[in-house]
Design a protein around this ligand. Structure first.
Ligand SMILES: [Zn+2]
Length: 224
């Protein structure tokens, strides 16, 4: 059983939640990443290179689960084949919190993954469809990797300042993609929104559900 599972389209999409995943591990939680494609359509890197980069990053993040589903890059579709593959992962690994891509991201694969995860989360909880093997995560949260098409501000900012230098090292694993400057820009932007040096931003569709009022107490110091 996983506490946090990120479901993305391409190896390096999980860069958006590396800080959160590192913090979760520090708190003794179980984390996982599922990537639908091997990223062969982007840049000049081969499938093998991108898979190796993902593997390296996964080791540095100490992930409990890292799965690649090998769907075609730039060809992920919102259909029942994609949905069923995600349902299988949900039922097997039973994540309490699912993190995935924002439905208004620029890349069509991101949008297809977002829609497929929403559908999979819904169907995986249906007894009539699933029999005894249902699973319904407590929460689904979204990340935006591209602000070009998503004008919304995040609903939640996580302070990742304490793990940011390690996040930089993890992100450096994706050597073929050269995303470090982009990641730093995002971390500063989201951090700034929350009053932290570095942050990660999350979006919600359903109301956040908490069982203890103390969950609202922010232990981070706000203000620069
Ligand atoms: Zn991507």
């Amino acid at each position: 059983m996983l506490d946090y599972l990120f479901i993305g389209a391409h190896p390096d999409d999980e860069s958006s939640v590396v800080g959160m995943m590192l913090k979760a591990k520090n708190e003794g939680k179980k984390t996982g990443v599922v990537i639908l494609t091997k990223g062969e359509a982007g840049g000049f890197a081969t499938k093998n290179t991108r898979v190796e980069e993902l593997k390296k990053a996964a080791e540095m993040m100490d992930l409990d689960v890292c799965i690649n589903l090998d769907f075609p890059d730039a060809g992920v579709e919102f259909n029942m084949t994609t949905v069923d593959a995600i349902i299988k992962v949900l039922v097997e690994h039973k994540p309490k919190v699912v993190l995935t891509l924002h439905s208004e991201d620029y890349h069509p694969d991101h949008r297809a993954v977002s829609q497929s995860v929403d559908r999979a989360v819904f169907v995986a909880g249906l007894k009539k469809h699933m029999g005894n093997e249902t699973w319904h995560p407590q929460q689904v949260l979204y990340v935006s990797l591209d602000q070009r098409t998503n004008p919304h501000r995040p609903d939640l900012i996580i302070d990742i300042t304490e793990v940011y230098s390690l996040k930089e090292k993890v992100v450096s694993s994706y050597e073929s993609q050269g995303i470090l400057p982009f990641v730093e820009k995002h971390a500063s932007y989201y951090g700034g929104l929350g009053g932290f040096k570095y942050g990660e931003g999350l979006y919600i569709k359903q109301p956040l559900r908490i069982s203890t009022v103390s969950s609202l107490l922010n232990k981070s110091k706000i203000g620069r």
